[in-house]
Design a protein around this ligand. Structure first.
Ligand SMILES: *Cc1c(COP(=O)(O)O)cnc(C)c1O
Length: 364
């Protein structure tokens, strides 16, 4: 017998979402599977689309090598490039693409002795002010890199700060800065390739379309724009079971800190999932579904357990299944009650059993 806390990962949904992203954007799509595919399992997710993915993007060399060792042959982009010079030989040996986002990386890349030229995504800071070369440095970096034998090809890229806010002018301004800077480059000799769009831009900013997109969160089925209707399918369903049921009287409190006090007779269900599994401790009255019926969390989430209100759930019993997020309960909605975003919920999932299914694959 094992603890009934399970992350069901539906790889067919992941593949469906990749196709949606690619079709909505219209160009090629790098599937962003950094941070262990946002907690879903990078190797499994990569295998699910390896026959059709234009490439993958990860945060670091270690994540890329894990994919290569699992037999992934598609292009892989390192989203922050290299962190130190010593990584370059392995980057070349594993045939990885690198983002170059800072002047210090340009310098190292030009001084290095590489066995083969490397494919560079040159990142511009068009207004997010996190990483990237500012427009004034960009053209010089492009000239130096494009003339150098260490560099195979250069893709122009930038990243948006506010693409999930359709009312913000910032995204339009970033697109302007990017396009103007690229137009001023002496890049005629180049078959120019560009990349701007993350998930929110694919879904909400068609004018950011370029020949490469970089969808992340939408591949996992969470819509960063929180649109009411979505073509996306949730990939992770996090479930656990009820392991205890206790009626409490009006005036009784439950759990640590006694933060919930019953204002009437209440039936409390104890669920085998807690913050050590990645369920956010800060969630307040988060939605959950017990045997398919919607209810809410009550009390404080503890390390291994949490409470749900069963008062209005007829037939709830020991062993009833509780969906913490997935199909009925959107991760976005749980995240909102915890002051965070679905990205963080997914990345934090651990200790639970991971069960992978792939409908199309098993139908064959
Ligand atoms: C993580 C990341 C993405 C994916 O963003 P989503 O919001 O998850 O779609 C795209 N581009 C870069 C540079 C990233 O770091």
């Amino acid at each position: 017998m094992s603890r009934p806390a399970i992350a069901h990962i539906r790889l067919d949904a992941f593949r469906h979402n990749y196709r949606v992203a690619k079709q909505m954007h219209g160009g090629k799509a790098l599937a962003v599977i950094k941070a262990n595919a946002y907690g879903h399992g990078a190797v499994q997710c990569a295998h699910a689309i390896e026959n059709e993915a234009d490439g993958f993007a990860v945060a670091c060399l270690e994540e890329a090598i894990q994919l290569r060792q699992a037999g992934i042959k598609n292009p892989i982009l390192l989203l922050e490039g290299f962190f130190e010079r010593a990584e370059l030989p392995e980057i070349v040996a594993n045939d990885l693409w690198i983002v170059v986002h800072a002047q210090w990386q340009v310098n190292i890349l030009l001084e290095a002795k590489l066995a083969k030229p490397v494919h560079v995504w040159l990142k511009m800071d068009s207004g997010m002010h996190r990483v990237g070369l500012c427009p004034a440095e960009y053209s010089q970096a492009f000239m130096r890199l494009s003339e150098h034998t260490n560099v195979a090809k250069i893709v122009f890229m930038s990243h948006f700060a506010n693409a999930d806010n359709l009312n913000s002018q910032h995204t339009t301004q970033q697109i302007e800065v990017f396009k103007n800077t690229i137009a001023s480059l002496n890049s005629q000799a180049y078959v120019t390739e560009f990349s701007l769009a993350n998930s929110a831009a694919i879904l909400g900013w068609p004018q950011s379309s370029a020949n490469w997109s970089r969808p992340g969160i939408m591949l996992y089925g969470a819509d960063p724009l929180m649109a009411a209707e979505s073509k996306l399918c949730p990939v992770m369903q996090l479930t656990a079971k009820i392991i205890a049921i206790r009626p409490i009287n009006k005036g009784d409190s439950i759990g640590y800190g006694s933060i919930f006090t019953a204002d009437k007779e209440t039936i409390v269900g104890v669920v085998a999932c807690g913050y050590a599994d990645g369920y956010p401790r800060s969630a307040v009255s988060a939605p959950a579904a017990v045997d398919g019926q919607m209810t809410k969390l009550i009390g404080r989430v503890s390390m291994d357990m949490l409470f749900v209100d069963l008062t209005d759930i007829a037939n709830a019993k020991i062993g009833s299944s509780v969906e913490l997020w997935g199909d009925q309960v959107l991760a976005n909605d749980v995240a909102k009650t915890a002051g965070t975003i679905a990205y963080e919920l997914f990345c934090n999932v651990k200790r639970v059993q991971f069960r992978y299914t792939d409908k199309q694959q098993s139908d064959k």
